[in-house]
Design a protein around this ligand. Structure first.
Ligand code: PXL
Length: 295
């Protein structure tokens, strides 16, 4: 009898999954780890962090920021975690500051990748047709190598163009153009590609998802909120991964991530917050948990 009850409790209790999040910490201006850690944790997933650098602010629109590079710590952290036999259900990488960090992340993948876990790479390096100031165009080649090792990648259209060595095109886009980008990105290696910043008209903005295992392409849109907001790619990536690890399909996860990110952007725009400060994802978390059917 007791054994039976114990078995039922075990069967219906959800296993606590664990993510390794490899990004920088930008102290002010919500992005990277200050976004990934709270969002993924709120979604009921343990979030282990490997900080790649500590900055006073992110690099988008601020000047004179401090930058403490943590490259030297990355291999010892990897080795320590390996010695503890820690396992991860997903590895999530974002902003990486150098070729050396790309190599160290590759070693992290080789150390912790299993048949069952997921590698999600957000190739953070560019937006609005341009590389971020601190990166050279050659960096895109290194990021492309990292993307080849991922199961899921989440580039924006500028990053997709750099990864494919193509000229960036301004939107609105056609479905043919987006589908072609998705397939070419997947041909690099990842089975799943979610492209952000997709729009077919000026009223709506969203993402497109391609799952090569199913040959399936889906789009998710919300009403566009005018303006450019920092850190939204990290909010999107964290939400997408949270939904995938809560057993939603890629298409459902994309829809959840688009709704959550847009809602956070809308609140920020309504409050008139400086766009460099990041978006109000905090007060959007209750909504997010409803989308995830956790509450
Ligand atoms: O949100 C992407 C990001 C992450 N980390 C740092 C950044 C940026 C984008 O500018 O500067 C340090």
């Amino acid at each position: 009898m007791y054994l039976c009850i114990a078995f039922l409790i075990y069967k219906f209790m959800k296993k606590l999954k664990r993510v390794a999040a490899i990004h920088d910490i930008s102290g002010f201006g919500k992005c990277s780890l200050t976004v990934a850690l709270p969002i993924i944790s709120a979604a009921g997933i343990e979030t282990t962090v490997l900080p790649t650098a500590v900055l006073s602010t992110h690099t988008g629109g601020f000047t004179n920021f401090t930058y403490r590079d943590l490259t030297e710590d990355m291999l010892p952290v990897t080795q320590h975690w390996k010695s503890l036999d820690i396992q991860f259900d997903a590895i999530y990488t974002g902003f990486l500051g150098s070729f050396e960090q790309l190599n160290l992340v590759t070693q992290f993948f080789e150390t912790f990748k299993t048949r069952d876990n997921i590698i999600l790479v957000d190739p953070v390096m560019a937006d609005n047709g341009e590389m971020y100031k601190i990166f050279s165009p050659e960096f895109a080649e290194g990021m492309k190598e990292l993307c080849k090792k991922a199961d899921i990648i989440v580039p924006n259209i500028t990053e997709a163009s750099f990864l494919l060595g193509e000229t960036y095109k301004e939107g609105p886009y056609t479905q043919e153009y987006i589908n072609d980008l998705l397939k070419k990105l997947s041909d690099l290696g990842p089975e799943k590609v979610v492209l952000t910043g997709v729009f077919f008209n000026n009223e709506e903005l969203g993402a497109a998802a391609y799952d090569a295992t199913k040959g399936d392409i889906a789009y998710a849109f919300e009403k566009r909120v005018p303006g450019y907001f920092h850190g939204t790619g990290d909010v999107f990536g964290s939400a997408l991964l949270s939904a995938v690890l809560n057993d939603f399909s890629l298409n459902e996860a994309t829809e959840i991530a688009v709704r959550f990110t847009t809602s956070a952007i809308r609140k920020t725009a309504e409050a008139g917050t400086d766009i460099r400060f990041g978006v109000n994802f905090e007060q959007t978390i209750p909504e997010f948990l409803k989308y995830l059917r956790l509450i």
